[in-house]
Ligand binder design. Structure first.
Ligand SMILES: NC(=O)c1ccc[n+]([C@@H]2O[C@H](COP(=O)([O-])OP(=O)(O)OC[C@H]3O[C@@H](n4cnc5c(N)ncnc54)[C@H](O)[C@@H]3O)[C@@H](O)[C@H]2O)c1
Length: 372
């Protein structure tokens, strides 16, 4: 992006945001679009993947789920022509260039291995793999086969977060110094029965979004500390509250306080990026009454532009479904141009290493180095 507009009285109205709006645009060029098949017809495909792809003008040619009734229902409601009876049928469909996977997390690696062997490009749901070793194996398999694999870490494309990143890249807040995320909500994990019994929950399935988004702005941290807890009487087996600090080579730091067992109804979902010359702050609207929620808010204070106090960005999109076009856009551009997707499998290994460092820190009670 170009540097900030010059002048003591820089643009203050809608013209201020033109370059940022361009940087967060999620439209997919027509020449990058290829036929997609979806594996998994669960809740997130229904409410997020398919609406986002339709809005982006992408063609979904078929869908498969081991629960055929579910696949047929989703296909009918979203106007998808073909329901595949098996993964083999998906792999045998020569029209399909990209497979979009969204199944229970434990089932994903075997699907990736089979699809890579069949030469299909892939967009995988988060978490990409249950551990770093498996993620590295899948990354290496794809690279050896010349197949592109990206991960659906879409929070970094959510409009509020993407604006914060674009503002930082433009130099409008000077040198980034700290990023904080404060989420205090009531999450009904009963919507995902397999998560209720999982021995990992908050970090592996939820905060992984914040960790990936933070990496997209501040890069990879060197060390991480996390304290985790449960609410006595809660339904899920694993952690539902985490308090995390991250330290970065630049001297910047990040802090996350995330709680899913807020009984009080006073939901909070805020982020803030501070720099030497300004700040960006906002709310993740989707979490305030999930899954419908409301649009994000995001505001800039900058001594570089300069702004007259806090200036709001005109948010027009939501995390669900709109941000789901972001990882797919990056994958399709990678296939068309060779420019690696921002959320490539190789990049995602960094997010999974951070997840591992946090669980190691919970176990040790100490800050842990983040493997690179
Ligand atoms: N913001 C996000 O990115 C986000 C949000 C929710 C869920 N997720 C992830 O998306 C994935 C799916 O979540 P969901 O909410 O749709 O879950 P869900 O339980 O509603 O649906 C999962 C579907 O996968 C199907 N399935 C399981 N194994 C399969 C296999 N081997 N082949 C084909 N289909 C199979 C199931 O029958 C089910 O229909 C999970 O990995 C979850 O972590 C991501």
């Amino acid at each position: 992006m170009s540097a900030a507009p010059a002048g003591a009285t820089g643009p203050t109205g809608i013209e201020l945001w033109g370059p940022v709006a361009d940087a967060v645009d999620l439209r997919v060029p027509v020449e990058h679009r290829v036929p997609i098949a979806v594996v998994g017809a669960g809740a997130i495909v229904d409410v997020a993947h398919l609406p986002a792809y339709r809005a982006a003008g992408l063609e979904v040619v078929g869908i498969h789920d081991i629960d055929a009734t579910r696949a047929e229902d989703v296909a009918r409601r979203h106007g998808i022509d073909r329901v595949y009876g098996s993964l083999d049928e998906v792999l045998a469909d020569e029209r399909v260039q990209v497979i979009d996977v969204a199944v229970v997390a434990t089932a994903q690696p075997d699907i990736v291995r089979a699809a890579v062997a069949a030469g299909k490009h892939l967009l995988c749901q988060k978490p990409f793999a249950p551990d770093v070793t498996t993620a590295e194996e899948l990354r290496d398999l794809a690279e050896a086969a010349g197949v592109r694999v990206a991960v659906n870490q879409q929070l970094r494309f959510d409009e509020g977060i993407a604006v914060a990143r674009a503002v930082a890249e433009a130099g409008w807040i000077g040198e980034p110094t700290a990023l904080t995320v404060h989420v205090d909500i009531a999450t009904d994990f009963g919507a995902w029965p397999w998560l209720l019994t999982s021995d990992r929950l908050e970090i592996a399935y939820h905060s992984i979004h914040y960790l990936d988004a933070i990496r997209s702005i501040l890069g990879d941290p060197t060390s991480a500390y996390c304290a985790a807890g449960r609410r006595p009487g809660q339904a899920p087996a694993a952690e539902t509250r985490t308090m995390t600090t991250l330290r970065f080579p630049s001297g910047a730091s990040a802090g996350l306080h995330v709680n899913h067992e807020n009984l009080g109804g006073d939901a909070r979902a805020e982020f803030r990026l501070d720099g030497s010359e300004g700040s960006v702050r906002g709310e993740l609207g989707m979490l305030l009454d999930y899954p419908h929620g409301r649009p994000d808010t995001v505001e800039l204070f900058s001594r570089v532009v300069p702004t007259d106090g806090w200036v709001p960005f005109p948010v027009t999109r939501r995390w669900i479904p709109d941000a789901f076009a972001g990882p797919m856009k990056g994958l399709l551009r990678w296939i068309a141009t060779g420019e690696p997707a921002p959320t490539s499998a190789a990049d995602n290994v960094g997010t999974l290493r951070l997840v591992e460092a946090l669980y190691a820190s919970i176990a040790s009670g100490r800050a842990e180095d983040v493997d690179r």
